[in-house]
Design a protein around this ligand. Structure first.
Ligand SMILES: C=CC1=C(C)c2cc3[nH]c(cc4nc(cc5[nH]c(cc1n2)c(C)c5CCC(=O)O)C(CCC(=O)O)=C4C)c(C)c3C=C
Ligand SMILES: [Fe+2]
Ligand SMILES: [Fe+2]
Length: 370
């Protein structure tokens, strides 16, 4: 009967005025073929991820990919699965809790951080519901993708807007579309890399590897490629690295079409032959360690490099829930929340309580009041 979902009844004054929806890609619930099939079906049915025409793609996905890939991916996930579940989920929960604490301190008032995943659980819908039930009036969406791509950031926006389309009372709304060149983000990464240098010295090369996208998304105007290069250049400058000691490459390609080049696996396999015997690898596009960093980089690509004659391969972990990362995210939220009305308890106190208003409406309907 009600097409639009109403706001909950709540007590004015104590509810968080601002809600932050912290999002990431998502991950399967278990490292099993069944769980992977469900996860990949949702992921690879997203038109922002696969821009192939719908009908032919439906046959490829359901006829071929979902009969082969889930098994193969489940095997990969099993290598990195922990007692607390998927690394991406475990780390994301820690990030959410740490950001909640950091923002409470920063704003000195009630603010709520909800975690949501674009695919799988907790869903974008459940994250937004959590914020709606808490009575938030301002909504800030923060996808943890530093470099903008339509496949990730715009897809998250689509999912958020699909849920908001059903809300009766829309909050003030802001969406952080990227942060690839934010000084705090570059500083946190530089700090992470320097800590490794302090412990084990430098390698012949520092490789910045980013998740790829199909090349034709880039030629169609996606800024992702440029933002990855901007992040890498700013980082190298911050670290004072000469051009000869760092390189950018793109990993995780999927399917037969051309993706952004150069490909990480090819770069690493060629290095030893070019005299690069030690390499340190960092994935600045991943705000949390996941399958693509822990398995593809730290297991598969390590093997490629060593088998090609490399001596030393170091994977430098993602920023995860490092204090420098959380502090940066809290600053980023504060920066994007600027100009919004202060967290005032009586911000939108109604002159008539909802209960009084309802009683009056009932009375009017029964004709007992004038
Ligand atoms: C097929 C197209 C894909 C595009 C385009 C794509 C873009 C893209 N992905 C990430 C971040 C992550 N991807 C992850 C896993 C993953 N990615 C794809 C495919 C595309 N990604 C697949 C099929 C998978 C699943 C695993 C597999 O079967 O190989 C992950 C890891 C998730 C985890 O559970 O750990 C992340 C993170 C970005 C940033 C991006 C575009 C910029
Ligand atoms: Fe991906
Ligand atoms: Fe570019």
């Amino acid at each position: 009967m009600n097409r639009y979902i109403g706001q909950p009844d709540y007590v004015h004054g104590s509810e968080p005025r601002m809600g932050v929806l912290l999002t990431n890609l998502g991950t399967p619930n278990a490292p099993t073929t069944g769980a992977l099939r469900r996860y990949l079906k949702e992921f690879l049915s997203d038109p922002r991820v696969i821009e192939t025409p719908r009908l032919p793609w439906w046959f490829i996905l359901n006829g071929i990919i979902l009969n082969t890939r889930p098994q193969k991916s489940a095997r990969s996930y099993r290598k990195i699965w922990t007692e607390e579940g998927s690394p991406l989920m475990r780390i994301s929960l820690k990030q959410q809790q740490a950001l909640q604490r950091a923002l409470e301190e920063k704003f000195g008032g009630p603010v709520k951080v909800a975690l949501a995943m674009r695919y799988g659980d907790p869903s974008i819908r459940s994250g937004l519901e959590e914020l709606r039930s808490a009575g938030i009036r301002r909504l800030l969406v923060l996808p943890l993708y530093p470099q903008y791509s339509a496949a990730t950031n715009a897809s998250t926006f689509d999912a958020v807007s699909k849920v908001l389309q059903r809300w009766r009372w829309l909050p003030d709304f802001r969406f952080i579309s990227h942060y690839h060149d934010e000084p705090g983000y570059i500083d946190a990464l530089a700090q992470r890399i320097r800590a490794h240098w302090d412990n084990e010295g430098r390698a012949d090369k520092l490789l910045f590897t980013f998740h790829g996208i199909p090349k034709h998304y880039f030629t169609a105007g996606d800024p992702y490629h440029c933002e990855c290069h901007a992040t890498a250049r700013l980082l190298a400058e911050k670290l004072g690295l000469p051009e000869s000691q760092w390189q950018v490459s793109f990993q995780s390609r999927f399917g037969p079409r051309e993706w952004l080049r150069p490909y990480t696996d090819e770069v690493l396999a060629a290095m030893p032959g070019q005299g690069v015997k030690s390499v340190q690898v960092v994935c600045p596009g991943f705000s949390a360690d996941c399958l693509e960093t822990l398995e593809e980089m730290n297991i598969q690509n390590r093997e490629l490099f060593m088998q090609a004659g490399g001596d030393r391969f170091t994977y430098i972990p993602a920023l995860n829930d490092q204090p420098a990362h959380i502090d940066f995210l809290a600053d980023l939220v504060a920066k994007h929340a600027q100009g919004w009305p202060e967290v005032r308890p009586d911000y939108d106190r109604e002159t008539v309580s909802r209960e009084q208003a309802n009683a009056r409406q009932r009375a009017l309907a029964m004709g007992s009041e004038r």
